[in-house]
Design a binder for this molecule. Structure first.
Ligand SMILES: O=C(O)CCC(=O)C(=O)O
Length: 331
C-alpha cells in the first residue's frame, strides 16, 4: 500500500489509502458538467454563482440572522463525528455513539469553538434550514441560482429538494466515510473541506455496518487506524478526492461514499447541502449498475432483518444462506 496523501493536502489529515485520483474540477459553462452529472459522476463546479448570495454567511452574520433558538450541535471527544440513527438505537441498547447531540444557541456554539483551551471536546453544528430564519436570510436564499439547480433536477428526473443542511465545522472535524440515498449539491461557503469519495462499485471494500445498526450506511473502517486484518479488501480500494473552497459546488451522486474533513488549524468551515430525492427507477437495463446493486442488497438485507425481528438472528441467517453455497472457495 502506498501513501496517497499528496503535498497539496498537507494541512489535511494523512491516511494510508491505496489510490486517490483527483475529482474533475470544471467551470460551470463546461459542457462536461452536464455529462458528468447525467452519468452520476462527481464533479467540482467552479464559478457557478449558485450560492453567491450566501458567501458572506460567517459566524457573526449567522448569529444575527439564523434566529435565537437552539440548533442541532454534536459534541465529540475526538475529531470524528460519525452519524448514528437515533431510532435504531432503541433496538441496540449496548451501542454507545462516539459523539452526542447537545443543542445550543449559536452564541454558545461560537464560544465553544472559539475557546479551545476550555476542553478537549469538539463541536459540529448540523442544522436543517427552516422558515425560522430572518427575512434577510430568506432574501439570500431566494437569490440562489435556482434556475441552474432546477435545470439539473429536471434533466435528471430527480425528485423534490428534501433538505438544506447548514454545517458549521470546527477546524479538523471529520465526517467519516458513508453514503446517502439522495443526490447532493454540496456548496462550500467559508473555509476549505477535503472530500474523499468512493464509487458504489467499491461497496465491498468499505464494509458498511449492517442495515439495522445505528451506524447503517457508515463504513466500519476507521481511517485513522485501518485494520486490514478485519477489512482486507480496503487495501485495494480506489477513490477520488478534492478540496472545495468558498463558491465551489461538489456534486455527490447518490450511493457514493464520502469522507469529509475541515482543514486543520484553520477557521471554521461553513457549508450548505442541497439534497434531492433520486430519480425513480425507469426501464431496467442490464447489466445493472453498481448503485442499483447496492440498493438491491440494502432492500434484501432490510427485508431479512424485519422478517426475523431480532438483530442477533440476522448474522447466522445470512451465513446459513451463503456459506458453502455462494462463497467463492466452493466453486
Ligand atoms: O460536510 C460534512 O461534514 C458532511 C457532509 C455530508 O456528509 C453530506 O453532505 O452528505
Amino acid at each position: 500500500m502506498t501513501m496517497a496523501t499528496k503535498e497539496k493536502c498537507s494541512s489535511f489529515r494523512t491516511y494510508n489509502i491505496n489510490e486517490l485520483k483527483p475529482i474533475e474540477r470544471l467551470n460551470i459553462n463546461d459542457n462536461r458538467v452536464n455529462e458528468l452529472i447525467n452519468s452520476m459522476q462527481p464533479v467540482v463546479i467552479e464559478n457557478s454563482g449558485f450560492v453567491s448570495s450566501a458567501l458572506h454567511w460567517d459566524l457573526n452574520y449567522l448569529r444575527d440572522h439564523l434566529g435565537s433558538g437552539k440548533f442541532t450541535v454534536y459534541e465529540s471527544d475526538s475529531h470524528v463525528f460519525k452519524y448514528y440513527d437515533e431510532k435504531k438505537m432503541k433496538k441496540n441498547k449496548a451501542f454507545k455513539p462516539q459523539s452526542r447531540r447537545c443543542d445550543m444557541t449559536l452564541t454558545e456554539f461560537s464560544e465553544k469553538i472559539k475557546d479551545k483551551t476550555q476542553s478537549d471536546k469538539r463541536y459540529y453544528l448540523q442544522q436543517e434550514l427552516n422558515d425560522g430564519v430572518s427575512s434577510r436570510m430568506v432574501e439570500d436564499f431566494k437569490a440562489f441560482r435556482w434556475d441552474w439547480v432546477t435545470a439539473h433536477q429536471k434533466r435528471n428526473n430527480w425528485g423534490p429538494l428534501t433538505a438544506n443542511l447548514l454545517l458549521i465545522g470546527q477546524e479538523g472535524n471529520v465526517t467519516p466515510s458513508h453514503y446517502d440515498e439522495q443526490e447532493n449539491f454540496f456548496a462550500q461557503l467559508q473555509g476549505e473541506k477535503r472530500f474523499i469519495l468512493f464509487p458504489p462499485s467499491q461497496f465491498g471494500c468499505l464494509y458498511p455496518h449492517p442495515v439495522y445498526h445505528p451506524h447503517d450506511r457508515q463504513s466500519q473502517i476507521d481511517f485513522d487506524n485501518i485494520d486490514l486484518t478485519r477489512f482486507p479488501k480496503f487495501d485495494r480500494v480506489q477513490g477520488v478526492e478534492a478540496v472545495v473552497k468558498p463558491g465551489d459546488v461538489l456534486y455527490i451522486p447518490n450511493y457514493w461514499w464520502h469522507h469529509v474533513e475541515s482543514r486543520l488549524h484553520a477557521e471554521p468551515t461553513i457549508s450548505l447541502t442541497f439534497w434531492y430525492k433520486c430519480a425513480p427507477p425507469g426501464t431496467i437495463e442490464y447489466p445493472l449498475k453498481p448503485h442499483q446493486k447496492v440498493a438491491m442488497m440494502r432492500n434484501i438485507e432490510k427485508m431479512i432483518a424485519e422478517a426475523l425481528d431480532n438483530n442477533n438472528e440476522v448474522d447466522p441467517f445470512m451465513q446459513n444462506m451463503i456459506l458453502g453455497r455462494y462463497t467463492s472457495s466452493t466453486h
